[in-house]
Design a protein around this ligand. Structure first.
Ligand code: UDP
Length: 254
């Protein structure tokens, strides 16, 4: 195989130049980090699971009309995506209080929120991803008002869809982080969902037992990280061993 040009290496993924112009290969690593890189480990098999999980969720979102950068999975660890200009804003949607919002407002973890809350963070490792408002986004030119509208409405639609999808397999979607990009196509530019949707960037709790099935297992040294991700994949009806044609769809929890 010819050597590929590495474009960027992040904490959990490497991006390579894709086979055609305007495409990128996303390679999912087994690295797991938390607390802005202060905690780091390798969870064998995590990259394979996340590649599968993100493929599945992006495809399902595409089917219901959410524009995404996803093209197709290439192999166990890699997927082909459209090249986009990443908007440097992380969009967090919260359904239940957990993580940083508990500290910020003195809320009890697991307490319900009056409604789903959308927050924006500036994507900057150096600054530790500070919480920002729409004012900061427009004043500093990170995104236009129209792009903020698109990110907000897409994020709420994604939340509705994913909340239902996960409930059907016995998981509560507590909160999650999304990233968007600008896709330049035929003299037009539009906002599409980019990056990944995996248990690295979501909180998922078992509806029956409240067991944590996401990266908090790593953040809190609970162990069983790969097992939890594997269980999420199993309930989604996907397993790393199965081929594309073997994907059966979600396993409904009775
Ligand atoms: N999140 C993420 N990347 C970040 C920050 C947060 O994927 O850089 C996700 C995180 O996994 C959780 C949600 O966004 O599902 C909300 O995270 P929170 O603000 O509570 O921060 P945390 O407590 O995870 O540091």
């Amino acid at each position: 195989m010819p050597r590929r040009r590495k474009i960027y290496e992040g904490k959990a993924k490497v991006l390579f130049e894709g086979p055609e112009p305007g495409t990128i290969v996303q390679h999912f690593k087994d690295d797991v980090t938390a607390f802005n890189n202060q905690k780091h480990d390798i969870i064998t098999g995590k990259g394979v699971l996340n590649n599968r999980i993100s493929e599945y969720l992006m495809m399902r979102l595409g089917e219901v009309g959410i524009p995404t950068h996803f093209v197709r999975r290439l192999n166990m660890r890699e997927q082909l995506v459209r090249e986009v200009e990443i908007i440097p804003v992380e969009v967090v949607v919260r359904n239940v209080a957990a993580g940083s919002i508990c500290k910020r407002f003195g809320l009890e973890e697991g307490s319900s929120l009056p409604r789903s809350i959308v927050e924006y963070y500036y994507k900057s490792d150096d600054l530790g991803d500070p919480l920002i408002s729409e004012e900061h986004i427009t004043a500093f030119g990170w995104a236009s008002p129209a792009e903020i509208d698109d990110m907000l409405s897409l994020s709420l639609r994604i939340n509705d869809f994913l909340t239902g999808l996960f409930l059907g397999i016995g998981l509560r979607l507590i909160d999650f982080k999304l990233e968007y990009g600008r896709l330049y196509q035929d003299d037009q530019v539009r906002v599409v969902l980019a990056d990944e949707i995996t248990p690295d960037g979501c909180r998922l709790w078992d509806t029956e037992t409240n067991e944590i099935m996401d990266k908090d297992r790593f953040r809190r040294d609970l162990g069983g990280v790969a097992e939890a991700y594997q269980e999420v994949a199993r309930r989604l009806g996907i397993t790393p061993e199965a081929g594309q044609q073997d994907i059966k769809g979600p396993v409904t929890i009775q």
